[in-house]
Ligand binder design. Structure first.
Ligand code: DOR
Ligand code: ZN
Length: 336
């Protein structure tokens, strides 16, 4: 069996910077492009810094690699003039809003949403999408559920704002998605597969620890069903989030699962297992193109049911990163 995907997109990707960027960027090269997260240190808040970062990504990808970089700015309250400047900057995709301190490098995020509203109104008028890390500061398993009322209020108050719930992890988030036409959502690979039990039910698995944390079996099952049934407003966003091995295998483990190099083969494996290969194109590209009006450059990737051995470690430029399924086999792979 095989499937050829047209211009697959990763709608939520962390590429980092410096040596880590050099190591991980080429590992996303089977994708035609990705939405690039801005939570660097310091975060990418200005169009100038965004363009410079985009250029570093282009270099790290390799000169002959065509890869569309949909760049985001870390949300701060912006004036109309600043938003116009962002919108006129080549490669700009949208703003990523983090509640202050909610995850890696988000200390400069929003602590009072009311102060963001004038910017959101302008974004609604200008057609700029808002991507949101939707978690409260409550009990870790309830953080996404507690944030759903914020999404609901935003969806009501700004009915024309394209509001993307990033990396959803609950059945309740899917229900909300169905309530409002102006909501869309991304889901990661790991949240289609694992539950909290896989992270912490036995020996602790630091390489499966991410934010939002994986939830209950019913949540995982609902997300998987939505993906393989071709939910029209659910898009693949890996949230592949590499951290140096020493920061993951540590007391105070950094949040993030590194899935970029195996995401497409594993998705093909799962969709094939469920007899849903015909829904994969929409999930990894079609929905995103329709929702956001994207026209990625043409890139075809053929996946087939020939096993792939996932390396136990990716190491180069003095960096070491452990992928999901390190040292294991996936029953599909990219056809050379
Ligand atoms: O697990 C996560 N890692 N969740 C996020 O929201 C951020 C990401 C990162 O940048 O490491
Ligand atoms: Zn992320």
């Amino acid at each position: 069996m095989e499937i050829t995907l047209e211009s697959p997109l990763d709608m939520h990707l962390h590429l980092r910077d410096g040596d880590m960027l050099k190591l991980v960027a080429p590992l996303s090269a089977d994708f035609a492009g990705a939405v690039i997260m801005p939570n660097l240190v310091p975060p990418v808040t200005e169009p100038g810094a965004m363009v410079a970062y985009s250029e570093r990504i282009r270099e790290a990808m390799g000169a002959d690699c065509e890869f569309d970089r949909y760049m985001t700015l870390f949300f701060t309250a912006l004036t109309e003039q600043q938003l116009v400047l962002a919108q006129e900057t080549p490669g700009f995709f949208g703003l990523k809003l983090y509640p202050a301190g909610i995850t890696t490098n988000s200390e400069g995020g929003v602590s009072n949403l009311a102060e963001a509203e004038s910017t959101l109104k302008l974004m609604e008028e200008m057609g700029i999408p808002l991507l949101v890390h939707g978690e409260s500061h409550g009990f870790v398993m309830d953080r996404e559920a507690e944030f759903l009322s914020v999404y609901r209020n935003l969806a009501r108050k700004f009915p024309k704002l394209r509001l993307c719930m990033e990396h959803i992890t609950t059945a309740a988030a899917l229900e909300l998605l169905d309530e409002f036409e102006n909501l869309c959502a991304t889901v990661t690979l790991q949240h289609l597969i694992i539950t909290l039990d896989d992270v912490a039910g036995g020996a602790l698995k630091p390489h499966l620890f991410c934010k939002p944390i994986a939830k209950r079996p019913g949540d995982r099952d609902a997300l998987l069903q939505a993906a393989i049934n071709g939910h029209p407003r659910l898009m693949f966003g890996s949230d592949s989030a590499p951290h140096p091995r020493c920061k993951k295998e540590a007391c105070g483990c950094a949040a993030g699962v590194f899935t970029a190099p195996l995401a497409l083969p594993k998705l093909a494996e799962i969709f094939a297992q469920h007899g849903a290969l015909d829904k994969l194109q929409g999930f990894v590209s079609g929905n995103a193109c329709r929702i956001h009006g994207l026209k990625p450059h043409a890139k075809r990737v053929t996946l087939h049911d020939v096993p792939m051995s996932v390396p136990s470690l990716y190491a180069d430029y003095g960096q070491q990163v452990v992928p999901m399924y390190a040292g294991e086999e996936i029953s599909w792979s990219v056809k050379a």
